[in-house]
Design a protein around this ligand. Sequence first.
Ligand SMILES: Cc1ncc(C[n+]2csc(CCOP(=O)(O)OP(=O)(O)O)c2C)c(N)n1
Length: 281
Amino acid sequence: VMSILLHGDAAFAGQGVVYETFHLSDLPSYTTNGTIHVVVNNQIGFTTDPRMARSSPYPTDVARVVNAPIFHVNADDPEAVMYVCSVAAEWRNTFNKDVVVDLVCYRRRGHNEMDEPMFTQPLMYKQIHKQVPVLKKYADKLIADGTVTLQEFEEEIAKYDRICEEAYTRSKDNKILHIKHWLDSPWPGFFNADGEPKSMSCPPTGISEELLTHIGNVASSVPVEDFKIHSGLSRILKARSEMTKNRIVDWALAEYMAFGSVLKEGIHVRLSGQDVERGTF
Ligand SMILES: Cc1ncc(C[n+]2csc(CCOP(=O)(O)OP(=O)(O)O)c2C)c(N)n1
């Protein structure tokens, strides 16, 4: 058994649990006898640039507290990555201590299906769109030097696609799980006889539809005149205005309505932290 952890670069530097885990790594009752940490260092954390995310030069510097070896490797060079991974595995098997592989790469698309990185990192993403994907680059090289044939390459791709398709189909058979099954203590009084959470009472917080419509309209408008807005964003604003007109709300508009109604009561709202510039939280 060999423990392997996969991390994002921003998460590796920013999540306290990573630092805590490094300090557990060599304690007699907690050690895994060496974990290989693989950091997918795509040089961005959701929409946050490294200079806004951490104070150390490398995202992997947190591993220096235990003097773990850290290998920075160009992820566009699969053979270099394989080489570094074998060295890391050998190190771990010889010394039974943690080791880090920093895969220096880029993220072709957004952090998730809702994220458009051209809104927040347009220059970086113009460069990224010009990059030939590593799979194509490496396949072209292997085919050109006769290591594999085009047919062998295509068969491998089809094999992998099949694994993904089958897993996707299997994921749909999952039976519905009750929340109770996820909790490790009985929480008496919290659940009803069917295992569902009991409804809790809270003071009325409703506001008039007129006020909600007003907030929806403000949230669909551009605050500054003569402001050239990204076409993707104006589409979002237009959709938001349509929703307000049709008395529909999605999560983001509901969030605006919550903030807006609190503002209307004269209470300041301060959004702070990573990614708020795009209105994530
Ligand atoms: C405990 C916790 N803190 C903060 C967040 C908010 N958050 C979501 S994604 C993200 C950045 C993740 O960056 P990275 O690990 O580099 O992944 P990438 O965006 O490159 O996919 C943050 C801070 C979270 N989801 N969980």
